[in-house]
Design a protein around this ligand. Structure first.
Ligand code: FAD
Length: 329
């Protein structure tokens, strides 16, 4: 009798691994503590439309990823984003020279992960707290004490601090995973009744609490009214203001935005703040994916490679490749 493979995490890394295993004819069962798929590519429904508070866009360097993106474009899950891009440094706003091709999910970032999930079985609002070995196979337990299994193998596709806890049954693997720290990021959305008088669709920022701002309506498929912006604080500023109440985070980042954007900024008619505790991995690693194949435990995520959407997807592919290779031997 063959048992399915458990995949913890339905961000792009978990979905990438699941898709590859599913395509190879293996049974998969996905779990996520969130209400839907996407992780840091999730989109939040609000009264001013659906907003991308995590990944803003993604770029392609790897050939395999570029081929996948073309397929996703064919399905209508992603589109090229051609923003009017600026850089802000020392209080000066300048058009950016950066000509990379940028992709986004349409009509929201999470459209991509919804598409990748397809009809694979997934259990949401289910926080896995333990991965343990049953008589012969792997079992999972959630925060309510409910057990799931048996599974032949387990792929952990969560940020590294969460993965290290789940991989306690493989201490060496868990210790490699735990060596990757992750930085937090505050993200704030602000909506203005009147359209701001600026050509900026997206801006990289230095010397400010902010590192990036983007205009929602500048992205394909997004609501055009009201004029809504997503502001991302730098990891440094976020670390220093990790426990600041949300209203104060909004107030301070609104102030930084009004200072850098170079036009009159009225009071917002809508605002929200979201804290990503595990926003970005510290440093790049060339691991692809980590595994204890003899035990049947695998770990993947952006923290194994580049800390970007592309790195996360490639890491999921690598976890699946390692798992399939081990099964073939
Ligand atoms: P995640 O997306 O974090 O997925 C992990 C999943 O695991 C989550 O859904 C989580 O709910 C689930 N999970 C965690 N613990 C458990 C548990 N115990 N039980 C069950 N489920 C669990 N990248 C770019 O390429 N371009 C950008 O512009 C960009 N901007 C960014 C902006 C911000 C603010 C942030 C935070 C990130 C940004 N990134 C960007 C990075 C990009 O979002 C990530 O690299 C990528 O989405 C990571 O995917 P992942 O699958 O590895 O992890």
């Amino acid at each position: 009798m063959t048992f399915p493979i458990a995949i913890i995490g339905t961000g792009i890394a978990g979905l990438s691994a699941a898709g590859a295993l599913h395509a190879a004819g293996l049974g998969v069962q996905l779990f996520d503590k969130g209400r839907g798929s996407g992780g840091r590519m999730a989109s939040k429904r609000t009264e001013v439309g659906t907003l991308d508070l995590g990944a803003q866009y993604f770029t392609c360097r790897d050939r395999r990823f570029a081929e996948a993106v073309q397929q996703w474009r064919g399905h209508g899950w992603v589109a090229e984003w051609q923003p009017s891009l600026y850089d802000s440094a020392n209080g000066m706003l300048r058009p950016s020279q950066d000509e990379q091709i940028r992709w986004i999910g349409t009509p929201r970032m999470s459209a991509l992960t919804r598409g990748l999930l397809g009809d694979m079985p997934a259990r949401f609002s289910c926080r896995i707290t333990e991965v343990f070995h049953g008589q012969q196979h792997w079992m999972l337990q959630d925060a309510d004490g409910k057990a799931y299994g048996p599974f032949s193998q387990v792929v952990v596709a969560t940020p590294s601090p969460q993965a290290a806890q789940l991989l306690a049954a493989a201490p060496k693997l868990a210790s490699s995973v735990a060596s990757v720290a992750m930085e937090p990021n505050w993200a704030v959305a602000l909506s203005f009744e009147q359209t701001l008088d600026t050509p900026v669709d997206g801006c990289f920022i230095q010397d400010s609490p902010l590192e990036w701002v983007s205009r929602n309506r500048g992205k394909p498929g997004r609501a055009s009214q009201p004029d809504t912006w997503v502001l991302q604080a730098s990891s440094r500023w976020t670390r220093q203001h990790l426990d600041l109440p949300r209203e104060q985070v909004i107030e301070q980042l609104y102030g930084a935005f009004a200072e850098m954007i170079g036009c009159t900024v009225p009071e917002p008619v809508f605002s929200l703040a979201h804290r990503w505790l595990y926003g970005r991995p510290v440093g790049n690693h060339g691991w692809g994916a980590l595994a204890d194949s003899s035990l049947g435990l695998y770990a993947c995520g952006d923290w194994c490679l580049s800390g970007r959407v592309e790195g996360a997807w490639l890491s999921g592919q690598e976890a699946a490749r390692k798992l399939l290779q081990h099964r073939a031997n």
